[in-house]
Write a protein that binds this ligand. Sequence first.
Ligand code: DOR
Ligand code: ZN
Length: 482
Amino acid sequence: MTQADLVIINGSVVSHEATQKAAIAIRDGKIIAVGEESSMPPAKEVLDAKGLHLLPAAIDVHVHFRQPGYTHKETWESGTAAAAMGGVTTVFEMPNTNPPTATPEAFAEKLKLAEQQAYVDFGLYGLMAEDNVDQLEALAGCGVIGFKCFMGNTFGNLPSPSTGAMLEAFERVAPYGLRTSLHAETASIMAWRYERLRAAGRNDALAHIAARPDVVAVEAVSRAAILAEWTGARIHVLHVSSAAELRPMREAKQRGVDITSETCPHYLMMDTRDYASLGSLMRVNPPIREASDSESLWEAVRDGTLDMIATDHAPHTPSEQHNEVIWEADCGFPGVETQMPLMLTAVNKEQITLQEYVRISAVAPAKAWGLYPRKGSLTIGADADITLVDLARQEVIDQESLHSYRARATPFHGWNVKGLPVHTLVRGRFVMRDRKLQSDAKGSGLSVKRVQQMPIAQLANSDKTLAAEVAKVAAKREVLTS
Ligand code: DOR
Ligand code: ZN
């Protein structure tokens, strides 16, 4: 029998369907056997995982690592170190850097930085904006993991595309089958209300919600779903924050739109009552809303309306986050390192099952981006992306120990968590071992575009006015997928 590099024994292997006692053998970064310990091949190293659960490692489809352009907040090195420590082995990184990832040149620059520094695998989003519609095919050809469309403004102030630009952009990217992730808040509504609130002298934290009521998300999700339906483009709704936007999402799914969605721990676990103590540290786009919204989001996670959990990891320095004038405080906080402990705590509290957690943290993102079962699954032939967790281990979240060390302030500081990742393997290699970062793994992360096998999208529109463009794109797609 061929020798394995590593055999992990005595652990419980978890999928979205079941948990079973099993050993796992790994060779050349892949899983080569799953089953009885006695059936495992000889190995260079054996890890005893007694008392631990082996999860398909988390895939976080929504992180902001800030490099190039804002390295005083985060870099690829610190961001992916935080991911490794959080049990996350694949991250999809957002294009609101400086320069934004809006052209092949910007993509190439960011790819180089990521390859030099990453501890974990990654995908890079290309920007979909008003002024780069003509760049989308070229970006697809470069190997973006998908596109990001800011329907509403947020950090970086990238101009939101008009509905017209969005429709053409969807037509252009649909033939590639790439998914477009949406910051689904309507810019014009927010700009209008912001002016009104400022004129009325509102500078308090709750004014942030007043500027972005849930109707901005309802309107944006509904509109994007209509455009996706007409073009056949695949879409993903980022950071769902409200009960109200679940309805247009459910309706779009029923109509057959390829629409997926995520929520984040902060929308599930915090609500308006927390603003009194946390103030601007809680400012995030979209805003954290009412307790009743959180309850509906939990329900939607359980019933599958919300497909996955992501973090919107958005580091800013503490001085950028704290401001008495809410409009002046940067939005967001780090999350990639705290997601798993927080969600495993929810598993311990029986808010979701461990199988449901695996579904929302690994299986669903891998499926939505065409990576399954190579990622998101602990089966023979899959990448050995494994997080070993101790469900009984307790800790208090301490922002001083987070690996996003330039931007550590988190509203979860001081929270008790039960359930921690203790080892993280990326393609069979330890990036965290015994809760310690393995610094020799820096630069070993790979762009997941190399393994992507997204199935062909169903093109839906019958309009022929852009047919020549679409034909050109389809021809290029042949090259990409062959
Ligand atoms: O609060 C946020 N901050 N929401 C976003 O969508 C972007 C993010 C950032 O980049 O800071
Ligand atoms: Zn974001």
